[in-house]
Ligand binder design. Structure first.
Ligand SMILES: Nc1ncnc2c1ncn2[C@@H]1O[C@H](COP(=O)(O)OP(=O)(O)OP(=O)(O)O)[C@@H](O)[C@H]1O
Length: 228
């Protein structure tokens, strides 16, 4: 079995009719961790959105966790998203529910039925992010760093083959960013594959990983300490 999780070849990334990136080649193997850097508006989010099926891949080839992005149909997108975990800058938690119900909502939406199994899974992922004791709290009662931990727990619920994190520390202060990054690093070391878009230079210096840069409509690999 191939251990390729993601492969784009000569891909073109569009926002509506605007070509944002061209000639994109990107390969991630199981267990890789890769940063995506680049200035505001350089195309990081557009690339991420193409990978999780929010934007269509019109030209080039692309496969992600076994799905062909050029042939991806609307009805297949929920199935693609069950195999990837997505973490956003603004957490995207449901503010009217507590932590447990935020996670249960996702499990139910992805086909889980057994209450006991759901409870076990929720406690397992909360334990992984260090929030097991906070399951009953409403999300607005949590700090930004805690909210992002819940979002990371949510991304882990279906044991994803790939985690896409789009500026996961973008709303956090420097100390909290380092804590959240240490958690992502730990999750990576446990065997997960992660692609993370970031502006945060302190993180890529402290946690060195392969780094790709969006610039001038292209994507290329840079030396690990290149500036953002
Ligand atoms: N919904 C949209 N419709 C049309 N154009 C868009 C849309 N979203 C982004 N763009 C354009 O696509 C280009 C790439 O934007 P994108 O959001 O991918 O950049 P980014 O590198 O993620 O920036 P940031 O770091 O600010 O999030 C920009 O020129 C932007 O104006």
């Amino acid at each position: 079995m191939s251990n390729l999780v993601l492969q784009l070849e000569n891909a073109e990334i569009y926002q509506r009719d605007n070509l944002v990136l061209s000639g994109v080649n990107l390969t991630l193997k199981k267990g890789d961790f890769c940063y995506l850097i680049g200035k505001t508006g350089s195309g990081k989010s557009s690339l991420m959105k193409t990978l999780y099926g929010d934007l269509q891949l019109k030209n080039g080839t692309g496969s992600i966790v076994g799905f062909d992005l050029t042939k991806l149909k609307e009805k297949e997108i929920p199935f693609l998203r069950r195999k990837i975990g997505i973490v956003f800058q603004d957490f995207k938690l449901l503010s009217d529910r507590n932590v447990f119900d935020n996670l249960k909502f996702v499990l139910k939406a992805t086909g889980w039925k057994d209450n006991e199994l759901m409870k076990d899974k929720i406690h397992e992922v909360l334990d992984k992010v260090g929030l097991k004791a906070q399951y009953y709290k409403k999300t607005f009662e949590l700090s930004g760093g805690e909210q992002q931990r819940v979002a990371i727990a949510r991304a882990l619920l279906n044991d994803p083959e790939l985690i896409l994190a789009d500026e996961p520390t973008g709303n956090l202060d420097p100390k909290t960013s380092l804590e959240v990054m240490a958690l992502l690093n730990h999750i990576h070391k446990s065997g997960k594959t992660i692609l993370m878009a970031t502006h945060d230079y302190q993180l890529i210096v402290k946690f060195k990983q392969k780094t790709l840069k969006c610039e001038g409509g292209a994507l290329f690999e840079v030396a690990q300490q290149a500036s953002v």
